[in-house]
Design a protein around this ligand. Structure first.
Ligand SMILES: Cc1cc2nc3c(=O)[nH]c(=O)nc-3n(C[C@H](O)[C@H](O)[C@H](O)COP(=O)(O)O)c2cc1C
Length: 360
């Protein structure tokens, strides 16, 4: 294909997650890097995603006898070693020759959940690490038969849930991709499995052109009927949409603004999390993403109503710098920061973090 990328397979030293971006920039082709790191328009919402965590504070609690933190938790009957999971991201072959296969391995080694995108560079049935939980993320197509074909393949591959992404019926206005005239250099086999068009050589708007534009609550039911699996609705920022999704049968709400890649000018994802959690009122689990770079961010999201958090770009950077082991290093680093935060905040378990009240 003429696109060459990392073949690294090594653990990586990490000072902090934010510093990974600069390291990757030096070694990645400009178009691919711009696609991964970029956000929409002025990237204001993208910046807010991380800075909004500073609007809340964690009270130190130092006389509760906490001598270590326990990060284990559960989603339904899935045991997890950490409340941090991987956010589904397209085209991971941009970051590493082994793409999603290595990400899945690294996530499995971390004892977490790997989610594969419709627009992955790997078939849904080929990515999952043995015995590790995998979810499938659907970009719903205009073509109902294609949706059914893909969802049935995901069921056959043994995925434990479907993530329906609802904030990206079209791509946000991302200037980096316009400047580099970015086109996906590698095929997207989940698309190719059904049609002659495999996505290679196409720009983002051409890929999204096949996506269903006007998503409606009934689409959630359609997926449930086809798969008989739990459905997370991803890309929720409004409590009203959260309620509509639950009424339509959603089994989980994934609070996300796509890492600021879609609607610029919207609130930070963290800003809306408490409002959505209040609306959801524990009827279904909440996954939160967008902007998490620190252990204290994970803590604050859990204390604001999230059951799990997801990270996007830092995992892709870990994949580029160290393959599966690099992905594992990213988890280990963020877990380490989270453990320190938990102990200093007087919380031993993830349940205790969730019961913590943050200061304004
Ligand atoms: C390069 C890239 C590709 C992405 N592709 C998808 C995708 O295919 N499906 C999806 O639901 N979300 C996709 N996302 C969004 C992530 O799932 C997640 O919401 C976001 O990255 C979280 O923000 P963070 O990067 O600040 O952690 C993508 C994000 C990035 C950076």
């Amino acid at each position: 294909m003429g696109y060459h990328t990392s073949e690294a397979e090594n653990p990586i030293d990490i000072l902090n997650l934010a510093s990974l971006e600069g390291r990757v920039k030096e070694r990645m082709e400009a178009g691919a890097f711009g696609y991964i790191c970029g956000g929409a328009e002025d990237e204001w919402t993208m910046a807010e995603n991380t800075s909004a965590f500073n609007t809340k504070k964690i009270m130190p609690r130092v006389l509760k006898g906490i001598d270590h933190a326990d990060l284990h938790t559960k989603l339904w009957d899935i045991d997890l070693k950490t409340p941090i999971i991987q956010a589904p991201s397209a085209a991971q072959g941009l970051a590493h020759e082994k793409g999603e296969v290595d990400t899945a391995k690294g996530v499995a080694a971390a004892g977490s959940i790997f989610s594969i995108s419709t627009y992955a560079n790997t078939l849904v049935e080929d990515a999952a690490a043995p015995d590790a939980p995998q979810f499938f993320q659907l970009y719903m197509s205009k073509d109902d038969q294609f949706n059914e074909f893909l969802l049935k393949k995901a069921v056959k591959a043994g995925v434990k849930a479907i993530i329906l992404t609802v904030d990206s019926t079209l791509g946000g206005y991302r200037e980096a991709d316009i400047e580099t005239q970015f086109q996906f250099p590698l095929p997207m086999p989940n698309l190719a499995a059904y049609s002659n068009s495999d996505g290679a050589g196409k720009g983002i708007s051409e890929i999204y052109a096949a996506a269903k534009q006007g998503l409606v609550p009934e689409d959630i039911q359609k997926i449930k009927q086809i798969t008989n699996l739990p459905v997370f609705v991803k890309g929720i920022q409004s409590p009203v949409d959260a309620e509509i999704a639950i009424q339509a049968g959603a089994d989980g709400i994934w609070v996300s603004n796509h890492g600021g890649r879609q609607l610029d000018g919207g609130p930070a994802s963290f800003e809306v999390l408490p409002l959505i959690a209040q609306q959801v009122a524990k009827r279904v689990p909440i996954v939160f993403d967008s902007g998490i770079r620190r252990g204290e961010h994970v803590f604050k999201a859990l204390a604001s109503g999230a059951d799990l958090v997801a990270i996007g770009r830092p995992i892709i950077y870990g994949l580029n710098l160290g393959g599966a082991q690099g992905v594992q290093s990213v988890f280990e680093h963020l877990n380490h920061e989270l453990s320190i935060t938990m102990q200093l905040a007087g919380t031993k378990t993830i349940d205790e973090v969730k019961e913590t009240t943050l200061l304004d």
